[in-house]
Write a protein of this length. Structure first.
Length: 116
């Protein structure tokens, strides 16, 4: 689950994951890193879905708690979506969609190994 539902207040507002670095959006970079590691991705985003134009097709879910209470509302929305749409999934990873250098290629495998 990629969390892109914030207001980017510290950056003057807007959709931080849609900012470009080296010709690609931050979100495209995060998707490229995580997609090979996961069975599926969903995107938690609030606001106009048209701002995600050009992003690979992912289910987009909004917070179910009003007034932008923070990332935990996005995690709750993602867990609710997974329970309703992917009941076979036992583990859900949440990652910020606005961190272009996160989620190295071994992140999910290392987290999975450490769970015991």
């Amino acid at each position: 689950m990629l969390l892109a539902g914030g207001l980017a207040r510290r950056m003057g507002g807007g959709d931080k994951p849609m900012r470009r670095i080296g010709g690609r959006t931050i979100l495209e970079r995060v998707i490229a890193r995580l997609q090979p590691q996961c069975d599926g991705l969903i995107l938690n985003a609030n606001g106009d879905p048209a701002t995600l134009c050009g992003v690979p097709a992912l289910p987009v879910i909004a917070d179910t708690v009003e007034n932008f209470p923070g990332p935990l509302a996005g995690i709750l929305a993602g867990l609710d979506w997974a329970a309703a749409n992917r009941p076979d999934v036992a583990w859900v990873l949440s990652a910020a969609a606005g961190l272009p250098v996160s989620c190295r290629a071994i992140l999910v495998a290392r987290l999975h190994q450490a769970r015991a």
